[in-house]
Design a protein around this ligand. Structure first.
Ligand SMILES: Cc1ncc(COP(=O)(O)O)c(C=O)c1O
Ligand SMILES: N[C@@H](CCCC[NH3+])C(=O)O
Length: 432
């Protein structure tokens, strides 16, 4: 009925998430409000983990890409499911470590990790640093030597895959700021360079071809290219790489037209390619890591807003203004991302109007969506925007000094606050 399976409608005609009444949630915690369904997050992690067991005999790791949604509670949940994480900043790493996340299951990414960040990561013995460039490689080795350590690393490789997705979120193709290029020889040179640095131990390679991808082919193709490169490394340098991180990027359903591939299908096909290609090159199947972010939390989350105004511009459009917008969800402004909207307090009614959902910022472009079908909203109604669990809270801002919303996690119909709403005091905390 809705884009996410955790959503339904109760006898009162209210939208529910994980059996909790969203109108009640809005009343209790205020709006805007992010709401997550814990069952969906855990189920998805279990599906991925089950696939690693099934297709790789358990020789692998699901590392949740925490840039999609990072806070203490999500790290606790991921840890309790036996999964790892990918972090991209000291802030994410600090948050994970603050809840005792096991360091050996952490991959540290980024195209410009600072010396301070690298020092912090190495001090805390982060599982794998995924090296983006030669300057970073030199820095890691020097810091490691100063701490009497040898740091296990992966090299981030651009496999040259042009996944069919929005330009801004394609990262595996040649023109990308991330990683070492294959066809120019840069990647092989980086392997040779790593071998001359005693502070690092090169364990394997990593790629990530983009985000919100619906096809399986680019993932299969990336796996084939990466294993081909592992064979080239063996042939050219004698080094046997034992780890392959295939990144994330699996698409989710934002609007009914989206048709994501079931994760099982992806895992089955890609593992088939991994095993076949390894056999072809006479390599043992490496330890496989995957880094799903959006697909773990995206469909598990919604955002609730209160309608503050309805402005009909005859023959043009109807603006419905809510108490949030680009500050809690900048994805329409950035990528023209599509979302489904539902009137939470009349969720069973037919969607009889088409609106532009406008944010509250002093910015004409501050929209959550245009051309959105919905039950005609009136002032004080509650609007739910669906599938906002990924890259919403984590990309939120304080533009116009709007405080970031609270977030609640629902489990078996019961909600608990996991992130407090920012206060006015929070907003001026660092002002001198
Ligand atoms: C290195 C890396 N791994 C994993 C991810 C997670 O991607 P997604 O949220 O699309 O699964 C990203 C973001 O695109 C990334 O850059
Ligand atoms: N922020 C992007 C995804 C970025 C993926 C990170 N490498 C989005 O909201 O779709």
């Amino acid at each position: 009925m809705f884009v996410s399976d955790c959503l339904s409608v109760n006898e009162a005609g209210h939208l529910t998430i994980g059996s909790a009444d969203t109108v009640e949630l809005a009343r209790t915690y205020g709006t805007p409000l992010y709401v997550f369904d814990e069952g969906t997050i855990r189920d998805t992690l279990r599906q991925y983990k089950g696939s690693i067991d099934r297709y790789y005999g358990g020789k692998g790791l699901v590392a949740y890409a925490s840039k999609a949604f990072a806070c203490k509670e999500i790290y606790r949940i991921v840890e309790s499911e036996g999964c790892g994480i990918d972090v991209v900043s000291r802030g994410e790493l600090y948050t994970a470590l603050s809840v005792g996340f096991p360091v050996e299951k952490i991959f540290y990414h980024g195209n410009n990790k600072t010396v301070e960040e690298l020092t912090y990561a190495i001090e805390h013995n982060v599982g794998r640093i995924v090296v983006d460039n030669l300057t970073e490689l030199e820095r890691i080795s020097a810091i490691a030597i100063s701490q009497n350590k040898v740091v296990p690393i992966l090299l981030r490789i651009k496999p040259g895959i042009d996944a069919h997705t929005h330009n801004f979120v394609r990262t595996g193709q040649i023109d990308s700021k991330f990683g070492f290029a294959l066809e120019t020889g840069e990647a092989l040179d980086a392997v040779r360079y790593a071998l001359t640095h005693p502070g690092v131990a090169l364990k394997g390679i990593h790629c990530h071809i983009g985000s919100q991808i619906f096809e399986i082919d680019p993932f299969e193709c990336a796996a084939e290219v990466m294993i081909g490169f592992m064979a080239a490394v063996r042939d050219e340098t004698g080094l046997i790489l034992t780890e392959l991180n295939l990144g994330g990027g699996f698409g989710i359903k934002y609007v009914p037209e989206n048709d994501p591939v079931p994760y099982q299908d992806y895992m089955e096909k890609v593992s088939g390619m991994v095993h076949t290609t390894c056999r072809k090159y006479g390599l043992e199947t490496p330890f496989i890591a995957i880094e799903p972010g959006r697909s773990v939390v995206g469909s598990a989350g919604i955002t609730l807003y209160t309608v503050g105004g309805v402005k009909v511009i005859p023959n043009i459009r109807t603006y419905v203004s809510v108490d949030g917008g680009m500050t809690d969800n900048p994805r329409y402004i950035l990528y023209q991302s599509q979302y489904e909207a539902v009137l939470a307090n009349r969720a069973a009614d037919p969607k009889d109007s088409v609106i532009t959902l406008a944010g509250r910022c002093c910015e004409s472009g501050d929209l959550v969506g245009e051309g959105m079908p919905i039950q005609s909203p009136k002032v004080d109604d509650i609007i739910a925007v669906l599938a906002t669990g990924a890259y919403n809270y984590s990309m939120a801002s304080n533009y116009n000094r709007v405080p970031r919303p609270a977030a609640v996690m629902v489990r078996d119909g019961q909600a608990r606050e996991i992130i407090r709403r920012e206060s006015m005091e929070d907003l001026v905390r660092n002002d001198l």
